[in-house]
Write a protein that binds this ligand. Structure first.
Ligand SMILES: Cc1cc2nc3c(=O)[nH]c(=O)nc-3n(C[C@H](O)[C@H](O)[C@H](O)COP(=O)(O)OP(=O)(O)OC[C@H]3O[C@@H](n4cnc5c(N)ncnc54)[C@H](O)[C@@H]3O)c2cc1C
Length: 552
């Protein structure tokens, strides 16, 4: 009697590489794989490209890394020809850019839209992955690349009565494609992270009344967004070689900015204040790089946090509202700093109310009201700006099975474990782009995406050229990397915040500092060093020979 066919025997389509997700990571991955002559197929659950920028269509959505830098660098023609209209492009423009890239590089024929990857099982006999799709089909591939995004699994809050609410409920990360008009409506926004902070000022302009439910006050710096002139774009373009090199190799966060050589306590009060004032007026994320120790030294950090708290008190008219908006629960910068346009001043509008749900938690949602602290706040529509199950959420939704049938969710039950944020031991030929254990969400993500895609492309090309069949992280290398990621994190102030970096926004999620805080420049050197040493820390097996088990 012949053995029952393995999943890959039954499959009809087979590729060298399957890529999951068609955001910036998946699109560039496809481009590079094709360039190396691999057969590749991308599956995307949405019906278009762009990932984050396809899903997050809420009012006020825009990037917080400046567009001239938050863009691909792999094609000089592309970066020279694309005209960003504003310092921080709005979501529709970034989505247009993603579509332009898909067309310019003819990516669409190899992307299958409206198709979820539900399951990925490693077939140990064939050394291939067997992939089950939402359309019921099974396909196989030698390699799988998860380009599923770090902020792509919208988190629905568990609030009693949410289902019984009679008005419309929107999640910022899953916004409808058609225009949502709040004119004349009473709107409630739950959540004051980045998406809440971006959307509140815009919704306040439309709504008859806006009630903002805040659990945690967050630090936010003015964007100072403005139209970009042709002269500004040209000046930037002329400097692109140096800007991109710096962002990749030297910057800690993948952003071109000057590197501070002083700590906050090296300056006197007046000088320090003048520097903060200048950065506040300049606007944007570089506020945190005024000094080199704001993420390391609490006393230094307090000087920046106090400055922002004072600004909030100056902007907001009502002292009690100002007090509630002043963040006090975490050092500045230890949660992703928000970038806003008129967020704090919006609370001076007569049609905006702030409700502190830390002291008065939401008890339930009724047919037309949010009940908190025993009081009903009547609303016609609800906006959930409650963020994402970050970094691991979308990966966890796929049933991934590696060696011996172990699932990735079982392996990551106590928190994600990877080597370099790229692979996890006992899951051969499975790569993650910007996964936990890499700089990822602590950086300009397009810089990190391009670095991972280039590394993975080099790696699979290396394997093909040498007739290698499988590659996987060794347990030993993974253990050492996980320890290193933790060690570096705990030399900083970051773990002091209950942030989504720590998984703290999802009840029951293990508290582990997920991204690698060592900086994109040093991290790139580590990854390049590993590759230069024949992929040290990874076990590789040649084709058609009995597999040597990775130490696991
Ligand atoms: C509102 C917002 C603003 C942001 N602004 C910035 C910024 O200014 N700077 C910055 O650096 N970063 C920013 N980010 C982070 C942003 O996510 C990244 O910059 C980048 O867009 C991520 O690209 P990606 O391709 O890795 O992931 P995504 O863009 O999230 O794409 C992943 C894709 O995978 C798909 N997918 C997931 N699971 C499956 C499955 N099982 N089957 C099929 N398809 C699947 C999803 O549908 C999605 O389209 C922002 C994020 C948000 C939410």
């Amino acid at each position: 009697m012949s053995a029952s066919p393995s999943p890959s025997d039954r499959a009809t389509e087979s590729y060298d590489v399957i890529v999951v997700g068609a955001g910036f990571a998946g699109m560039y991955m496809l481009y590079r794989l094709r360039g190396q002559g691999f057969t590749a197929r991308v599956y995307e659950q949405g019906d278009g490209v762009g990932g984050t920028w396809y899903w997050n269509r809420y009012p006020g959505a825009r990037c917080d890394v400046e567009s001239m830098q938050y863009s691909y660098s792999f094609s000089d023609e592309l970066q020279q020809e694309w005209d960003w209209s504003e310092r921080y492009a709005p979501q529709p423009e970034i989505l247009k850019y993603a579509n332009h890239v898909a067309d310019r590089f003819n990516l669409r024929p190899d992307i299958q839209f409206s198709t979820r990857v539900e399951r990925a099982v490693f077939d140990e006999r064939a050394n291939t992955w067997s992939i089950t799709l939402s359309d019921g089909k099974t396909v196989t591939a030698r390699f799988v690349v998860l380009a599923t995004g770090c902020l792509s699994n919208a988190r629905m809050p568990e609030i009693k009565g949410l289902d019984s609410f009679e008005g419309k409920v929107y999640h910022t990360g899953h916004w409808p494609h058609e225009t949502v008009d709040f004119t004349g409506q009473r709107v409630g926004v739950i959540g004051t992270g980045s998406s809440g902070i971006q959307s509140v000022p815009v919704i306040a302009e439309q709504a008859s009344h806006l009630t903002v439910f805040q659990r945690t006050a967050n630090f936010s710096i003015p964007a100072r967004n403005a139209t970009l002139t042709e002269e500004e774009r040209q000046a930037f373009r002329a400097k692109y070689p140096e800007i991109r090199r710096f962002a990749r190799e030297e910057a800690r966060n993948g952003i071109y900015t000057e590197m501070p050589d002083r700590g906050a306590l090296d300056d006197g009060n007046n000088e320090r204040r003048a520097k903060y004032e200048a950065r506040w007026n300049h606007g944007g994320l570089t506020f945190m790089s005024v000094y080199n120790n704001l993420g390391l030294d609490k006393v230094a950090n307090d000087t920046a946090a106090d400055f922002v708290r004072e600004k909030i008190a100056e902007i907001v008219d009502d002292p009690e509202t100002a007090r509630l908006l002043q963040p006090n629960s975490h050092p500045i910068g230890t949660k992703r700093i928000c970038i806003d346009t008129e967020y704090f001043s919006t609370f001076n509008r007569p049609n905006v109310t702030l409700v502190d749900i830390k002291s008065n938690p939401i008890e339930e949602i009724a047919a037309n009201a949010v009940r908190a602290g025993g009081k009903d706040y009547e609303v016609d529509a609800l906006v959930l700006a409650t963020g994402f199950d970050a970094m691991t959420g979308s990966v966890a939704k796929i049933d991934i099975r590696g060696r011996n049938g172990q699932t990735l969710n079982q392996k990551w039950a106590e928190g994600p474990r990877t080597y370099l944020g790229l692979m996890s031991a006992a899951f051969p030929n499975l790569f993650v782009i910007t996964g936990p254990g890499s700089p990822s969400v602590l950086s300009n993500m397009i810089v990190s995406i391009e670095q991972h895609v280039d590394w993975i492309t080099d790696c699979v090309t290396y394997m093909r050229d040498r007739g290698l069949d499988t590659m996987e992280a060794t347990k030993d290398a993974e253990d050492r990397w996980v320890a290193h990621v933790n060690e570096v994190a705990y030399t900083t102030l970051y773990p002091q915040a209950n942030s989504w970096y720590m998984g703290a926004n999802v009840p029951g999620k293990p508290r582990i500092f997920m991204p690698y805080i060592g900086g994109v420049g040093p991290y790139r050197q580590i990854c390049n060093g590993v590759a230069a040493k024949g992929y040290k820390g990874f076990a590789m097996t040649p084709k058609e020979q009995p597999r040597k088990m990775a130490a696991s």
